[in-house]
Structures are given as C-alpha cells and as structure tokens.
Design a protein around this ligand. Structure first.
Ligand code: GLU
Length: 492
C-alpha cells in the first residue's frame, strides 16, 4: 500500500561500471516511482576513498542515460535536497554524528587497529558467534576524551548499540525478518579520515532526501537492522524497505564476473539493445501474473509492482537475453536497423565499401528473422559484403551433383537475358531451367546458393540472388564453377 507519493533513489557507489544487478535496482526504483507518480533520485555514494575510480561517476551516469532511466533529481539535475554526491555532504554527516554523540547514541573510539585485530582474534579463539567491539571507549570520561583529542589521537565514531528488543524489518519483498539485537556490532559511523561509512551517510541522506521506499539488493539486508537502529536513535520515521532477490549464475552461485559479463557496458558493446536489456533485467526477480515476457519501458511502468517481486534468487539466463534481444530487434523500424547496420559496418572490415541504403535495406529485411543482433547482419552473411573465398564442403558433398555445372550454366544463360530482374524473375528463370531439365528446383537452388554465398544456409535463395543482383550472381557462379567441381572430386 502506498499512502504517500513515493520518493525513491538509486544510490550506487561508483566502482567503475554499472553492474547488471545495479541496473535492475535502478530500473525497479524507476518503475516504482513512475508507476506511482513519484520521484526517482540518483545519489552517488562516493565516500569510500579507497575505492575511488577515476571516471567512474561519468561512466555510471552515461550508462543510466543510455538505457533511458531518466532521474528527476541527481547529478546535473535540479533538486532541493542536494548535493547528490555524498562526498559533498561531509558537514551534514558530521553534524548528525555529533548529535548522536551528544545524545549518547554514538561515541568516539580511539582504539588502534592493532587492538581491534587482537580483540577480534581473541573473540574468534573463544568461538564467539560474532566478533564485536567491546565498547571500551564508551566508558571514557569527558576529560579522557578531550585529552585524547587534544593529543591528536585519531578516532572513529561508533553507534552505541544498546541492549533491547530484536530488530524487525517488515520488508515488502521478504516480509518479516527478525535480527537479534545482541549480535549487532557497534557499527562505525565516521571513519578516521572524517568520511562517513555507508550506513551513516545512507541513512542520513535517505531521511534528508525524503526517501519513502528503500529498494535495493538483498546483499544489503544485513545492513538494514543497523540502519533501523540509526533511524530510531534520530527519532526519524522509517522508510519502507524492499530487498530485491540475488542474481545467480545458472549453477545458482552468485552472479560473478568469472562466469560471464556483469557490466552493463559489456552487454552494450556486444550489441544488446537497451530495450532488450531493460526487458531482460526487469524479469530478474519480477513477473506479471500471466508471465508475459516482452515489454518496453512504458509497458513495464504500467505493469510493475513491488508486490510481485520474488523472494527467490533470479537466474541470469543468457539464452533468454539473446531471445529477448532478437524480439526487440524485430520490432524496430527497418530504417532504424539500417542506421545501426551502417554504424556496425563502419567498425567492421567492410568499412570502406560503398553500399547503398537500398542494398542494405534489402539485407535488413531478408535477414530479419535470422539474426538476434545487428552485428549478425554482417557476421552471419558476409557474402553480402564480399565474394565467397571458400565453399562449404559438407554442402558440396551433399548437394553438388554431376549435373550441377550444366544446370547452373543454363541458369546463367537465362539470367543474362533478363533486364533488371526482380526477385520473382530469379525464381521464374530457375524453375524454367528445372522444368526443361525435368528435375526438381532444389537441384538448382542448393548449388546456386553455395556457389553464390559459399554456404548452405541463409535467407531465401531468391532473396539472396535478387539482393546480389544479376551480374554479381553470374560472376559468382562462373567463379564457383571453376573451383567447386574440383572440391567435389577431392572429397568424394
Ligand atoms: N551505495 C550502495 C551500493 O553501492 C547503496 C545500497 C543502498 O541502496 O542502500 O549499492
């Protein structure tokens, strides 16, 4: 139930690229906001200086813009609650951490890394279920603390987790999840460099930015009790939480780079369409009641609901992704595909060919049902861009007969007298040859295909011949007649 206008956020840490899981989070946030007339905010969580990667933010924003998940507030956009880069909000976190210290809900910890390591080791040896800070610094007097600060001792700020009831999350996806309060560590809120931790900055910003629903990956579920304690300490109203299921490889292990690409930009580079990417990613953990599978972004906005997000991990099935890509490609306007093919060609070995739009458009149409990606217009049918240099031996073995040479010569004769033949003319001529020779059309079709394309599969043979054009077909058949009989002799 949504009783206020949602304000949701995608809050990535710029690690260098946008992970497909991140895209799923961004998409679900976007869909939820749009569906319910709310706002979608992009907030860059860049407070971990050790993980700073040059250009990562630009890359991230570029990828989000490319897929078309337009945010209402965020970097380079107006908004009343910015800045939207956490690194520009350090004073804000400091102010709120001081407030917690004053209230007794947080404290400065001066322990050295050596002491903390020793403590952890001791606790591990004692087989405590969970290593926890022992609150030593909580008990320092005001004077001791002031002295430490004066002495220039570095410190962190920790949340003071007090004894109390278990922490309960009423998650939209996962329902009720209960965490034992006693195992929650005195979480670091501010690090020695003065930067906030994820927990501190995330909660403060979600509150100050008016976030109503926190929609994020399940890997953050274990952080949520700490966040709830923070909200409670501040006396702030909790947002709703929705933790999205994990993304899994086919073997149910966590989706990882080792088993395939995880960066959106890798899929973009491989030629996946953004429509397909959004469609595929939308189904990683969500479905409609009748299990529809093909959507554009508008359909998704209309149909999406958090209530239909699954609990179970979502398997990343690349075959399905390819199928979705093919389906979206087929729905595109032919002229748009033409433009994409032209771009692909400029990056291929055929970049210097001068091919007319008319010619390429015929290829687009003839191959549409046979490709899943624009670049397959090139890879799957190189014979449209260059003459065959090899001929498929298996096809020759099966399809090239003793009379093939003669039949093809007759076909050439018929073609050579045709003026500007259209597709049907190629068919009529071929059938005439077959009739005169009293054989089936297949007897000519297969040799003609291998002679002109080098292979045994492709678009309809009359499409192939018509697209190549009369003169080219004649020349290719003549070339093939010089070599195929010899190949046939060698393999028989
Ligand atoms: N900065 C976190 C991330 O990189 C945000 C998690 C959250 O949405 O709370 O995913």
């Amino acid at each position: 139930m949504i009783n206020k206008t949602p304000r949701v956020r995608f809050a990535p840490s710029p690690t260098g690229y946008l992970h497909v899981g991140g895209l799923r989070t961004a998409l679900y946030n976007y869909l939820f906001a749009k569906k319910n007339g709310g706002e979608f905010i992009l907030r860059i969580e860049d407070t971990d200086r050790n993980r700073f990667v040059e250009g990562a933010v630009e890359n991230l924003i570029e990828t989000i813009n490319w897929v078309g998940l337009e945010y209402d507030e965020g970097p380079n956009k107006d908004g009343n609650v910015g800045p939207y880069f956490q690194s520009e909000r350090l004073d804000v976190y400091k102010k709120y951490s001081n407030q917690l210290i004053e209230q007794g809900d947080a404290y400065r910890c001066f322990c050295t890394p050596e002491r903390l390591t020793a403590l952890r080791e001791e606790q591990q040896k004692a087989k405590l279920p969970q290593a926890k800070y022992d609150k030593l610094c909580l008990h320092f007097s005001k004077e001791e603390i002031e002295q430490n600060i004066e002495d220039g001792k570095s410190f962190i700020v920790r949340l003071n987790v007090k004894h109390g009831e278990n922490v309960i999350i009423n998650d939209i996806v996962r329902d009720r999840v209960e965490f034992t309060r006693d195992v929650i560590d005195d979480q670091v809120l501010i690090k020695t460099d003065g930067f906030p931790t994820y927990h501190m900055a995330n909660v403060v910003d979600d509150h100050l930015m008016g976030i109503t629903h926190v929609i994020r990956g399940e890997e953050w579920l274990s952080s949520t009790p700490k966040h709830i304690l923070l909200y409670n300490a501040f006396g702030w109203e909790l947002p709703e939480f929705a933790h999205l299921p994990l993304l899994l490889n086919a073997d149910r292990s966590k989706l990882s780079k080792r088993q395939g690409d995880v960066a959106v930009e890798d899929y973009k580079a491989k030629g996946y369409l953004k429509e397909a990417l959004l469609n595929f990613v939308s189904l990683l953990g969500w479905s409609t009641s009748d299990n529809e599978e093909l959507f554009n972004l508008d359909d998704l906005v209309e149909k999406f609901s958090l209530e239909r997000v699954h609990k179970a991990g979502a398997i990343f099935n690349i075959e399905k992704f390819d199928w979705i890509n093919a389906e979206h490609l087929r729905k595109k306007d032919k002229l748009e595909i033409l433009q994409m093919l032209k771009t692909e060609l400029t990056q291929s070995k055929y970049k210097d060919l001068e091919l007319s739009d008319e010619y390429l458009l015929l290829i687009v149409e003839a191959m549409l049902e046979r490709v899943s990606f624009v670049k397959e217009y090139i890879d799957n049918s190189p014979y449209f861009y260059e003459r065959p240099t090899t001929y498929d031996e298996a096809v020759i073995k099966k399809r090239w007969k003793d009379d093939s040479v003669e039949l093809l010569q007759k076909y050439i004769e018929k073609l050579s007298v045709l003026n500007n033949p259209v597709k049907e003319d190629f068919e009529i001529a071929l059938k005439q040859v077959a009739e005169e020779a009293d054989c089936g059309a297949g007897r000519i079709i297969h040799p003609a295909r291998v002679a002109t394309s080098g292979v045994g599969i492709g678009p309809g043979v009359y499409d192939l011949l018509f697209i190549l054009g009369r003169d080219e077909v004649i020349e290719r058949i003549n070339d093939a007649l010089k070599v195929i009989p010899e190949i046939k002799a060698n393999i028989s």
